[in-house]
Design a protein around this ligand. Structure first.
Ligand code: SF4
Length: 151
């Protein structure tokens, strides 16, 4: 299971397949990480600094985070894509095709000026999260998306 969480400052990625429940995150920031709550991660419940520190101590790599850079990433399911915006300006997208097996991601792209900020990973995660919530199988012919799925 892949999940994406955001506050004004950061974006948090969680890959449940890597998590071996060592609970370092829970000890590091009990407000943010609460296994008894749904969703179990709530970035509003602690300061960003505390959350960042707790994530840095995750031994499995299940949790990771990046600065948000004031970029929004949204689903555009009608057009089979996730989209990144800087204000009103579209600056990246990740596209998939619907086939018999599920959704196949075939392209991920971010404008040159915005590269190196983790936006492509957010775009892929947005689609993974949406597919999992809809119980749809996901695959990728886009080499970048494939790397994110397998990492
Ligand atoms: S610290 Fe990492 S491995 Fe441990 S419970 Fe949290 S996410 Fe899972």
């Amino acid at each position: 299971m892949h999940r994406l969480y955001e506050n004004d400052d950061i974006v948090v990625f969680w890959n449940s397949e890597k998590c071996f429940h060592a609970k370092r995150c829970v000890h590091g920031s009990p407000g943010c990480f609460d296994p008894k709550r749904k969703p179990w991660i709530d970035l509003k419940q602690a300061e960003t600094k505390e959350i960042w520190q707790a994530i840095s101590e995750c031994p499995s790599g299940a949790l990771s985070c990046l600065y948000r850079h004031e970029i929004d990433v949204k689903m555009d399911a009608d057009n089979c894509r996730s989209v990144a915006f800087d204000g009103d300006k579209e600056i990246g997208e990740c596209n998939y095709r619907v086939n018999e097996e599920g959704w196949n991601i075939y392209h991920t792209g971010v404008q040159d000026d915005y590269k190196g900020k983790g936006i492509a990973k957010r775009l892929v995660y947005k689609i993974l999260e949406e597919a999992e919530r809809n119980c749809v199988e996901i695959s990728a012919t886009c080499s970048y998306a494939k790397k994110v799925i397998e990492s």
